[in-house]
Design a protein around this ligand. Structure first.
Ligand SMILES: Cc1cc2nc3c(=O)[nH]c(=O)nc-3n(C[C@H](O)[C@H](O)[C@H](O)COP(=O)(O)O)c2cc1C
Length: 214
């Protein structure tokens, strides 16, 4: 089973998508090849994808959708010229906590697979992942273990473990209690402190209210 992992993040190998891939790979006995959509010619990559049995595309959610570089690649994809049935699965990781925010993308991905006559392996959605590469790793110990288990299951079965897919997708929606908690002044203040720290670290704190398009 020849599998290719595609990293669909505009941050390529230094973002959260890469962390997801690394932890997925840690569950495998033999690492899979990884290519970075950002660094590829979409037309050439689309053709070369035909040489694989399975494609696993791992990407972040940007503005409730896929990153532009992933869209560019999709626009170049064509059904395989022979009867070779390619399998395709997706892992989408996002900042918002609830996985329902990626459901529209999931529907698109499933119909894209059908249109291309690929076998759709499903989409794993994991929210609350924006801080993976910012906070110390022990905050994400459980997630990293689940990703490792997802990798180990994939290597054995060539598919995503449905139980893990459900667990990673939790919560699908926020409860009223969670919404109230997120709206509380304390949580808002902590959030602001966190984001301001990131803005300062990137040297753009003073420009945070800029509106260049107005
Ligand atoms: C431009 C941009 C847009 C984003 N839009 C969303 C969004 O609509 N929903 C969401 O849950 N997270 C959103 N996020 C958060 C990312 O999905 C999250 O930080 C992800 O872990 C980034 O992965 P990366 O480091 O591989 O780019 C956005 C992040 C950026 C930079």
């Amino acid at each position: 089973m020849k599998t290719l992992i595609l990293n669909g993040s505009p941050r390529a190998d230094h973002g959260n998508t890469q962390l997801f891939i690394d932890h997925f790979q840690s569950g495998l006995t033999r690492p899979l090849s990884v290519r970075y959509i950002l660094r590829e010619n979409p037309e050439k990559l689309a053709l070369e994808m035909h040489d694989y049995d399975t494609i696993l595309l791992v990407m972040p959610l940007y503005i409730h959708a896929m990153p532009g570089i992933v869209m560019k690649l999709f626009e170049k994809l064509k059904p395989h010229p022979t009867n070779h049935k390619i399998k395709i699965g997706f892992i989408v990781q996002a900042g918002f906590i609830e996985s329902s925010t990626a459901r529209f993308l999931e529907q698109y991905l499933s119909s894209l697979a059908n249109r291309l006559n690929y076998t759709y392996l499903g989409t794993v959605i994991k929210g609350d992942a924006a801080a993976c590469s910012i906070l110390p790793h022990f905050f994400f110990g459980k997630l990293f273990k689940q990703l490792k288990a997802l990798g180990a299951y994939y290597e054995k079965n060539g598919s995503f473990n449905p139980l893990l897919v459900t667990k990673l997708g939790y919560p699908v929606d926020l409860s009223k209690f969670q919404v109230r908690l997120l709206e509380s002044p304390l949580v808002k203040r902590l959030n602001q402190i966190g984001w301001n720290w990131i803005l300062k670290r990137n040297g753009c704190f003073e420009n945070r209210f800029d509106q260049p398009y107005l």
